[in-house]
Design a protein around this ligand. Structure first.
Ligand code: ADQ
Length: 483
């Protein structure tokens, strides 16, 4: 039985702590990020467990580290140890070389190696095993993301029983044209339907999912409308919900008003005087459209020489997945394009692109968010994109324009205030940069207010609450009014 007040058991690929080698020993670093911050009070309040890979299966005393870190965090941490081969075939292989590109519509980047699939299922079985050992009656289980789509099936087959399980997909779900290319399309859909609730970021993703159900598992029937609907298949019912993830809006708004962030912002702008800052912030990833964005910026400079000396593109790229060769190749391409554009346009006292390849401190990042007049966020496809929302929450002066890809999940909520662009359309993206540059302060304020309201209304706490309510609600119609 799942209770509305039972413990919360969270399962995600990684634990919210990182165990790392430090000299001859090991250290444990607490995780940050919106999800951890938002989940922590709930896990502490109602009691909870977080299950995931600690990132360093080789650490000899990992259990002790996790107990210690768990005691500090206020909830239990349970590690799922992965062998080097499992890390290779499950994480790098099935997750990063198949699911990640496929679910972002980038079929050409997939490496459909059958060995990956076997390991994916086996590793999901490992997570399910740790989950089974960690369960108490009345607990609520919430599994996160594409790494763990088979956990419900494994859990049930290992005798975990009919204990209800909820799942949230942080990345997009692809349309049938793409999904049907996956050799394991039917078992993945069947595995997903072993969950009791599946949450998607947008209507688009849920629609793609139901279209795939129709195309692959003809027997699946969809019922209802609104925020939560249901799919019936093989005598089971799975709820399908749309829950766009939010940010801790009040935290970003409050922090960006602090003296530390204000002085960062002042410092950034006084080093780049008499111009507008255009900001790009992304993890190093080919889904984020960084080369396309750089090309659009070049097109804007070529077509509109009035921008010369008057704008600087600050592109921050956070290192990620550097052990995957494709990511190294992407880094080389970005380095080359930045060099080329700077070589082409730099003038005395003005460099068009300021490029940083590193992780920033919170204050630095918030300083950029607060001071940049324009944010250029143009992923080729993105589940949500939290950077777009964080930028709005930190734009407290409201003299700011958000240029956003129509293929980011965030476009569904932020389309009313942002300038939406197709990231593949270089000329249109260039025109949006010029439009943002010339936009009047009144229009900026009106648009930014609308954006800030949208981010504040459906923040991270709203998101968690909506999913937990959908997980425990007895009747579907409880959600119709909310749809
Ligand atoms: P990501 O692909 O990682 O997340 P995103 O949603 O933009 O993408 O989140 C990135 C996070 O990293 C932001 O919270 C940001 O603050 C942080 N960050 C960015 N630059 C940083 C820096 N220099 N230093 C430190 N932190 C930095 C996946 C999906 C998304 C989905 C999220 C959440 O791909 O589509 O929005 O999960 O569901």
């Amino acid at each position: 039985m799942m209770g509305a007040e039972g413990r919360l058991v969270v399962v995600s690929n990684r634990l919210p702590v990182a165990v790392e080698r430090e000299g001859d020993g090991w250290s444990v670093r607490p995780g940050s990020g919106g999800l951890v911050t938002a989940m922590a009070p709930i896990l502490r309040g109602r009691g909870g467990v977080w299950i995931g890979w600690p990132g360093a299966s080789g650490a000899p005393e990992i259990g002790r580290f996790l107990r210690q870190a768990g005691a500090e965090a206020g909830y239990d941490l349970r590690g799922v140890p992965l062998t080097a081969e499992e890390e290779r075939h499950f994480y790098i292989g099935f997750c990063n070389e198949i699911l990640w590109p496929l679910f972002h519509d980038l079929l050409d980047r997939c490496n459909m190696d059958p060995i990956y699939w076997e390991t994916y299922r086996a590793v999901n079985g490992k997570y399910a095993g740790v989950l089974r050992e960690s369960m108490s009656p009345g607990d609520m289980i919430w599994v996160h993301d594409y790494h763990l789509m088979a956990v419900a099936r494994e859990f049930r087959e290992q005798g975990g029983g009919e204990h209800p399980l909820s799942f949230f997909l942080h990345i997009p779900f692809p349309p049938p044209d793409i999904f049907l290319k996956l050799p394991w399309r039917a078992p993945i859909l069947e595995d997903l339907l072993r969950y009791d609730l599946i949450g998607f970021q947008t209507e688009r993703d849920r629609r793609n999912f139901t279209h795939c159900l129709h195309a692959v598992l003809r027997a699946a029937a969809i019922r209802g409308k609104g925020r939560v609907i249901s799919a019936e298949h093989g005598g089971r019912t799975t709820r399908l919900g749309v829950f766009p993830i939010g940010i801790d809006y009040d935290y970003f708004d409050r922090e960006s008003r602090t003296d530390e962030v204000a002085s960062r912002a002042w410092e950034i702008h006084s080093n780049l005087p008499k111009r507008q800052i255009i900001l790009g912030v992304d993890r190093l990833d080919y889904t984020k459209g960084i080369p396309h964005r750089l090309q659009a910026f070049r097109a804007a400079l070529l077509k509109h020489p009035e921008l010369i000396q008057r704008v600087t593109l600050v592109q921050i790229v956070v290192p990620s997945r550097e052990d995957v060769p494709e990511y190294r190749a992407l880094k080389t391409e970005i380095d080359r394009l930045v060099g080329e554009i700077n070589g082409q346009f730099t003038q005395h006292g003005w460099v068009p692109i300021q490029y940083m390849f590193r992780s920033l401190t919170r204050d630095q990042l918030l300083g950029y968010y607060r001071t940049a007049e324009i944010a250029l966020i143009t992923p080729l496809k993105d589940g949500m994109n939290l950077v777009a929302k964080e930028y709005c929450a930190c734009s407290i002066e409201e003299n700011a324009v958000l240029i956003l890809s129509e293929f980011a999940g965030a476009a569904a909520q932020l389309g009313g205030g942002a300038l939406l662009v197709n990231p593949y359309d270089r000329e249109a993206a260039a025109d949006a940069i010029v439009r943002a540059f010339h936009m009047s302060p009144e229009e900026r304020r009106t648009r930014m207010r609308r954006l800030r309201r949208a981010c504040q209304k459906q923040d991270i706490f709203w998101w968690i609450d909506a999913i937990l309510r959908a997980a425990v609600a007895k009747e579907l119609h409880e959600f119709l009014a909310d749809g």
